[in-house]
Ligand binder design. Structure first.
Ligand code: URP
Ligand code: ZN
Ligand code: ZN
Length: 468
């Protein structure tokens, strides 16, 4: 099976050049001068006037996640199909070690959720809810299976929170194994006190989610996590960084030469704390803000500039989505009279590239940096590079033909995520995938699924150890 993407402009993290991309048996076979005849193609895709980029890698998703008294509304079927429509060809989702349970059981549960359903390739991080001796021992087996990163939480007391000693022990163990610890670095215990005080004062509206999780809670947690990683002499990756001061802590660590990495998410670049105030006077009033409840919370607008600058200047390495959708009806509604019961999370797996391309159009980041933060850097940091994250001979042919002139209005009506609202309803974006290939198969063309098979065509990606 041979495919040809012809007359496009190839954009990688480092280069931009005119080339035809030849694909054979799911891999990139050649990047050739335009018009070079290498053989006969079974499928030819015309990429004239378009960019040819590596498929997006979203290294932070939560499909089918039981959380906040309900379950995220996309499963591995609907969520990965939506991802593909948005130009993402690989996700890394989070399996969970249940408290008192083995990581093996958690991983098996997530394999069962994904197998036979995922439409694109997927890997797993493991959420560690206990770093006891058995769990520390088990980390080796996870790494052997290609689950080479672990998430630990300073937030969510009683659910995911682990103490500093456990984090430190897991970091030391990760160092021995070549694994990477990723951190949710908001300090959850004081946050809970603020939440209780707000509720006692009768403050129940969604915006109190943000007002009880101040920037200081994230910057302090970030500093603590960085210090623990420094003491353990290991790399560390901060997930969903949302705020200026947290970013400054990462920059200081990096300036001191520490292997500190951080991701942000589109919601922290495009939405603000004001979205959590809803639409006073509008049909849903302040309740509309529930659709913007995610953790860490959305911040005031001035943070956007700092995060964009961080992306441009290599202080932030990755933009992932933290895709964790809950419908307004029946799910977000659980917190109608108490903001702390609104399930935390926003939809985003499908709109990441559209939104970030706005940053390219506005001159905030280059096209090459766009490719780097959405595909190449996550591939490198999470042990997939070479196979994923670039366009090179021998790599998986996960390719997006990106049309910089294609317009789309983001709306729950036109998007594929299984959720009853869009945080970006009505937003017009310019730049969208014209074609998406996964391991050489054309799966999305002109916003329609065209792959032969959908559910279950995705394969598990056994990731390598940390090697940056
Ligand atoms: O609001 C969020 N982020 N939900 C998903 C869980 C997490 O902390 O990543
Ligand atoms: Zn988190
Ligand atoms: Zn998350």
């Amino acid at each position: 099976m041979r495919a040809l993407i012809k007359d496009g402009t190839v954009v990688t993290a480092s280069d931009t050049f005119a080339a035809d991309v030849w694909i054979e048996n799911g891999k990139i076979a050649a990047l050739a001068a335009p018009g070079t005849q290498i053989g006969n193609a079974d499928t030819t895709i015309d990429a004239k006037g378009k960019y040819v980029i590596p498929g997006g890698i979203d290294c932070h998703t939560h499909m089918d996640l039981p959380f906040g008294g309900t379950t995220s509304s996309d499963d591995f079927d609907t969520g990965t199909v939506a991802a593909a429509h948005g130009g993402t060809t690989t996700i890394v989702d989070f399996a969970i070690q249940q408290k008192g349970g083995a990581m093996r059981a958690g991983l098996d549960t997530w394999f069962a959720k994904a197998e036979g359903k995922a439409a694109i390739d997927y890997g797993f991080h493991m959420i560690m809810t206990e770093a006891n001796p058995a769990a520390l021992e088990e980390m080796a087996a996870m790494v052997r299976e290609g689950v080479t990163s672990f998430k630990m939480f300073m937030a969510y007391p009683g659910v995911f929170l682990v103490d500093d000693q456990q984090i430190f022990r897991a970091m030391l163990r990760a160092g021995e194994l070549g694994a990477l610890i990723t951190m949710h670095a908001e300090i959850g215990l004081p946050i809970d006190v603020l939440v209780q005080k707000a509720l006692a004062a009768g403050h129940t509206a969604p915006v109190y989610h943000a007002l009880t999780r101040p920037e200081a809670a994230e910057s302090t947690g970030t500093e603590r996590a960085l210090a623990l990683a420094e003491m353990a002499k290991v790399p560390v990756y901060m997930v969903h960084l949302s705020a200026q001061r947290a970013l400054e802590r990462v920059m200081e660590a990096r300036d001191r030469g520490l292997p500190a990495y951080a991701e942000t998410c589109p919601q922290y670049l495009f939405c603000t704390e004001d979205d959590l105030r809803g639409e006073p006077g509008g049909p849903d009033g302040e309740w509309k803000g529930a659709g913007y409840v995610c953790t860490p919370p959305l911040r005031p607008r001035h943070h956007h500039d700092h995060l964009w600058r961080g992306l441009r200047n290599y202080d932030l390495q990755v933009v992932a989505t933290d895709h964790c959708p809950f419908c307004m009806k029946d799910q977000k509604e659980l917190g109608r009279s108490d903001f702390s019961k609104i399930p935390n999370g926003m939809p985003g797996v499908e709109t990441r590239l559209h939104l970030l391309w706005e940053g390219v159009r506005e001159g905030k980041i280059s096209m090459n940096r766009f490719v780097e933060i959405t595909s190449t850097a996550p591939a490198k940091i999470f042990g997939m590079y070479g196979r994923k994250g670039t366009l090179a001979v021998g790599a998986d042919a996960d390719v997006v033909v990106w049309d910089p002139n294609r317009e789309k209005v983001l709306s729950r009506e036109t998007l594929h995520m299984r959720v009853d609202y869009s945080p970006f309803e009505g937003k017009r974006v310019i730049g969208a995938p014209a074609a998406v290939l996964s391991r050489g198969e054309l799966i999305v063309a002109d916003d329609k699924w065209v792959g032969a098979k959908k559910q279950g065509r995705g394969q598990f990606v056994r990731r390598g150890t940390f090697s940056l």
